[in-house]
Design a protein around this ligand. Structure first.
Ligand code: ADP
Ligand code: MG
Length: 232
């Protein structure tokens, strides 16, 4: 497997405030797979993405990506891992307000060893007419498209998406999910997404339910529907 999470646990706080957030989580994901993580608020979904992304440390367990346990990497190696492997998308876009769309994307282009073609990416994401605008001049969907371009310009192997459509109306949410689907097809990016848009689970390869920090259910979709057929 490309990504293997082995018996990962994490807790916060001590004594009365002690919370076990991840409790012996085991997940295996193949390269190029689209995986959706579902679960109630507070069940540990964001924490799980953050430990995969090396933004947060595990307490015990292993996260093995391409045969490397990233929980054992030193800071310098962890930065290299993030740079080569990871793109992140969040619910609230996190764009730099005083940079244009194109400049926001270029910040990450400059960090990449082998960036994708920025013009092609801007076109795929439908940002051509917005590329010289500032984030405040864009709708939520346009800002999220910019955030997606910024995340994938370095052609990461894994795209971690934490409620990417959480702040969008259902029509725009659907457009964003179709875009992510196209990115997976075009670039073979492994997608791990937390979302409350449950209907899209039918277009994902692997569906994981998490409850109180444990995997409560997991299955692989045999017949994945094309993105255009989903109805949110
Ligand atoms: P989800 O994304 O599923 O809503 P989270 O992973 O954000 O859940 O949080 C899981 C639990 O961990 C929650 O109870 C939350 O309050 C707690 N938690 C998350 N981050 C921290 C932190 N930095 N310090 C203390 N508790 C935290
Ligand atoms: Mg969350």
């Amino acid at each position: 497997m490309f990504l293997t999470i082995k018996n990962v646990s994490k807790s916060y706080g001590k004594d009365a405030s002690y919370t076990k957030v991840l409790d012996g989580v085991d997940i295996s994901i193949a390269s190029g797979e689209r995986c959706i993580i579902l679960g109630p608020s507070g069940s540990g979904k964001s924490t799980l993405l953050n430990v995969i992304g090396g933004l947060d440390e595990v307490e015990s367990g292993e996260i093995i990506i391409d045969d490397v346990d990233i929980t054992k990497l030193n800071d310098k190696k962890l930065v290299e891992y993030r740079r080569e492997y990871l793109g992140f998308i969040f619910q609230f876009y996190n764009l730099v307000p005083n940079l244009t769309v194109r400049e926001n994307i270029m910040v990450c282009e400059n960090l990449a060893k082998k960036p994708l073609d920025i013009r092609e990416l801007i076109k795929i994401l439908g940002l051509e007419e917005h590329q010289y605008k500032f984030p405040s001049q864009l709708s939520g969907g346009q800002q999220q498209r910019c955030a997606i371009a910024r995340a994938i310009i370095k052609n990461p192997k894994i795209l971690l998406c934490d409620e990417p459509t959480g702040a969008l109306d259902s029509k725009t949410a659907k457009d964003i999910l179709i875009l992510l689907e196209n990115i997976n097809k075009n670039y073979g990016t492994t997608i791990i997404m937390v979302t409350h848009n449950t209907p899209i689970k039918d277009m994902m390869d692997r569906v994981i339910h998490i409850k109180n920090g444990k995997i409560s259910n997991e299955y692989v979709n045999k017949a994945v529907l094309p993105a255009v057929e989903i109805d949110l």
